[in-house]
Each structure stands twice: as C-alpha cells, then as structure tokens.
Design a protein around this ligand. Structure first.
Ligand code: ADP
Ligand code: ZN
Length: 221
C-alpha cells in the first residue's frame, strides 16, 4: 500500500501513521522528521534547512523532492509507504507522481483526516507540557494526578506557545488553505478518501482500515 496522509495539526495524523505502518508493515515517512534528524545530525542537508525550520517556513520544493525521492528508493519502500507531511504543494505532488510512474507505481490512497477548527482548538489547547522534564499531558484525556503539576517532578505545567488558541486557529486556517489544491488534485484522480477524525482514536483507525481494505480489493480485480 502506498498511502498519503493529509490533515490539519491536531487531527491525529501521527498516531494513525504509526498504527498503519504496523498494520501493513511499511515505513512511516515524515518529511518533518527527516529534516529534524538531518539538523540534529548536522549533515549538509541539516545545515541547509536549519534556519528554514526555525523560521517555520517551507523548505524549497527541489530540496524536499530530492530527499523524498532518495528515501523512496530504499529497500524498505518496496511494498509500500505512508507519507506524512509530503506532498505539501502541487509541485511536490506532480513530482511524486512522475517519480512513482517512472517506477511503474502509483499512490493507492490519500486519506484526508477531517476535523473542525473548534475541535482542534479544544484538543490542542488542553495540551500541557512540563517545562522541566518535557512530559506531555492532556487536561481532558490524560490529566496529571494533581491539579496542573507534573506527576514526575511536581513542576507547574505550561501551555506551549503554538498550542495557544489564536495560534492554533491560525495554524488551522493556514493548513486548510494550503491543502485545498492538493485535495482537488487527488480528488480528480479518484484516490482521495475523507475520514472523520473528530472521534475516538480507535474509531479513526477502524474507519481508515475499512477504506484501505476497499481500495485493496478494488485494486485486485
Ligand atoms: P509542522 O506540521 O509543524 O509543519 P512537520 O514536522 O510536518 O511540522 O514539518 C516541520 C518543518 O519541516 C516544516 O515547518 C517545514 O519547514 C519542513 N517541511 C516538512 N515537510 C515539508 C514539505 N513537504 N515541504 C516543505 N517543507 C517541509
Ligand atoms: Zn516534569
């Protein structure tokens, strides 16, 4: 299975990706992770993208495309992959399509996780982090034992700056705007599947697997 995941911050993309790669035994390829690893390792690529990442800007298409093309050529991608965070622009989507078709392959499914702005705000603004040890809590689904203090070190928990309401609302709007062209692109190709992600995680996984099972069956006949 060759899968692309689309969805705004807070939609649960990361957790779904982890579950799907276990289920299908295929790698989870997150361009954000690849760049962060390169920065941490101080490679040539890392040096090139470090400032872009810090500024929260997009890495130029040519660089992202090269990184992804190289990653997709690795042995572990033979039976499929899950792309997370890529493509983000039409130029990237077109490049990916060409790259795969040169290998006689294509994308099987694009899963678009849908969740309302208010639901994302509710999820992310309930997130708290311990400034001392980094442990993450959720005041609704995973609250600390005592008040708003860390279970492990007793430190007062804080809200990350990018989890503040106005910032979350802005990130959401920016995401939807930037993703719309990609949604159209894949809708035209008949491989876009919208999945409600404003639900318990188990339900999201179940729905995603159902969609992928249908895709797999239709590919066989
Ligand atoms: P976020 O959802 O916060 O943007 P990601 O982990 O997806 O986090 O990406 C982190 C950073 O890596 C982005 O801000 C951007 O600079 C870069 N990046 C990741 N994927 C892409 C992409 N497909 N195109 C351009 N830049 C990317
Ligand atoms: Zn702590």
């Amino acid at each position: 299975m060759r899968i692309i995941l689309l969805g705004p911050p807070g939609a649960g993309k990361g957790t779904l990706a982890k579950d799907l790669c276990k289920e299908f035994n295929i790698p989870h390829i997150s361009t954000g992770d690849l760049f962060r690893e390169a920065v941490a390792a101080g490679t040539e690529l890392g040096k090139m993208v470090r400032e872009i990442l810090t500024a929260g800007k997009l890495v130029p298409d040519e660089i992202v495309n090269q990184v992804v093309a190289e990653r997709l050529r690795k042995e572990d991608c033979k039976s499929g992959f899950i792309l997370d965070g890529y493509p983000r622009t039409i130029a990237q989507a077109e490049f990916l399509e060409k790259e795969l078709s040169a290998l006689g392959k294509n994308i099987d499914a694009v899963l678009y996780l849908q969740i309302s702005e208010d639901a994302v705000v509710k999820r992310l603004t309930n997130r708290r982090i311990c400034p001392k040890c980094g442990k993450i809590y959720n005041m609704v689904s995973m609250p600390p034992k005592f008040d708003e203090t860390c279970d492990d070190c007793g430190e007062r928990l804080i809200t990350r700056d990018d989890d503040k309401e106005e910032v979350v609302r802005n990130r959401y709007k920016v995401y939807i705007q930037a993703t719309e062209p990609l949604v159209n692109f894949y809708e035209k190709r008949g491989i876009l599947f919208k999945i409600n992600s404003d639900c318990e995680h188990e339900e999201l996984i179940k729905n995603a697997l159902e969609v992928l099972e249908k895709v797999r069956k239709s590919g066989k006949d």
